[in-house]
Design a protein around this ligand. Structure first.
Ligand SMILES: *Cc1c(COP(=O)(O)O)cnc(C)c1O
Length: 320
């Protein structure tokens, strides 16, 4: 039996990360409100420390380590943002971090992870099982494995972003959240369900990797091959046991966005809101734009989940 985290855990996580994580800004745009005929609030986690919400869950998880765990350190696997989040949190808390990264991880993310002092070990994303490698390292070296999404402390930490959003803007009719493995969405759902009686909670995935949508709609956990999409933060193969249980219970629906739609949203954020969002960070807005008429007259929250992208890649995506 899984013991699922609750909103109380989100509140406890918020206390642990206070003074370490930023309380990120909520931004609005008259142009967006006019386009959607709605009142839209963007929770800008691209301005979070290390550039994405992942710092919240990672710092929350590592700050709960006991002395033995602190000495042996943490191990994790990640295509980027969770890696940076673990490396930075470990440095702040003074414990060693080993990070398994795919050979094709974005250069900026790999460099930043090393820059934060993480010990980076490379694996082949398309042929090797990162979870098995991580578990082996954990067993052999006594390290504690903190996975990128399927962990109660990670989920509760990620839930603090939506809690801040409700706290700042009041009740919402809908909340759009980027979805990879589901840590951000399930944490947001814990906050949404506790703080609103009416808010519809939506996850948004890359169209090329809609395992979460398939799982949600069929009720059974669906596994897919690593999807090829520019949304590298959501190239996950399946939801987790914890995240799927919460998503099944608390989320209203899961939508998708294509790579072209993500680029359109990136361009909009840069041109109109002066925001650099990474492709995965644009999932929520891309989906909301497609629902347009259904959102008319509503109060809508959208999480911009991260802003980590190589500048060269950013400009080449926008130029294409
Ligand atoms: C990790 C990540 C996601 C997906 O989060 P999950 O908790 O895996 O669903 C979305 N956006 C960004 C920027 C990320 O780094």
């Amino acid at each position: 039996m899984l013991i699922l985290p609750t909103f109380d855990d989100v509140v406890a996580a918020a206390k642990r990360i206070e003074g370490h994580a930023h309380r990120t800004p909520v931004m609005t745009s008259r142009t967006v409100n006019d386009e959607l005929g709605a009142e839209v609030f963007f929770k800008c986690e691209n301005f979070q420390r290390m550039g994405a919400f992942k710092f919240r869950g990672a710092f929350n998880a590592l700050s709960r380590f006991d002395d033995r765990q602190r000495r042996a350190g943490v191990v994790t696997f990640s295509s980027g943002n969770h890696a940076q989040a673990i490396a930075l949190s470990a440095r702040i808390l003074g414990l060693p971090a080993t990070i398994l990264m795919p050979h094709d991880a974005p250069a900026a993310k790999a460099a930043a992870t090393k820059g934060y002092g993480g010990n980076v070990v490379v694996y082949d994303r398309y042929n090797e099982d990162r979870e098995a490698i991580g578990k082996k390292l954990a067993e052999e070296k006594g390290m504690t494995l903190i996975p990128p999404y399927d962990h109660p402390d990670v989920i509760s930490g990620q839930g603090t972003a939506a809690r801040e959003l409700f706290d700042e803007v009041g009740d919402l009719d809908a909340l759009f959240v980027p979805l990879g493995g589901g840590g951000l969405l399930s944490g947001s759902a814990l906050s949404g369900r506790a703080l609103s009686s009416r808010c519809r909670l939506y996850g948004v995935e890359p169209e090329a990797g809609n395992d979460g949508q398939q799982s949600f709609r069929s009720g059974a956990l669906v596994h897919i091959d690593t999807p090829r999409t520019i949304a590298d933060g959501a190239q996950t193969q399946h939801l987790g046991a914890y995240t799927f249980a919460i998503i099944k219970r608390d989320v209203d629906d899961i939508f998708t966005a294509t790579d072209d739609e993500l680029v359109d949203s990136m361009r909009f954020f840069a041109a109109r809101m002066k925001i650099v969002a990474e492709p995965t960070g644009c999932l929520g807005f891309a989906a909301a734009r497609k629902l347009k008429s259904e959102l008319r007259g509503k109060r809508v929250g959208i999480v911009i989940s991260g802003g980590n992208i190589d500048l060269e890649r950013f400009t080449s995506l926008l130029a294409a």
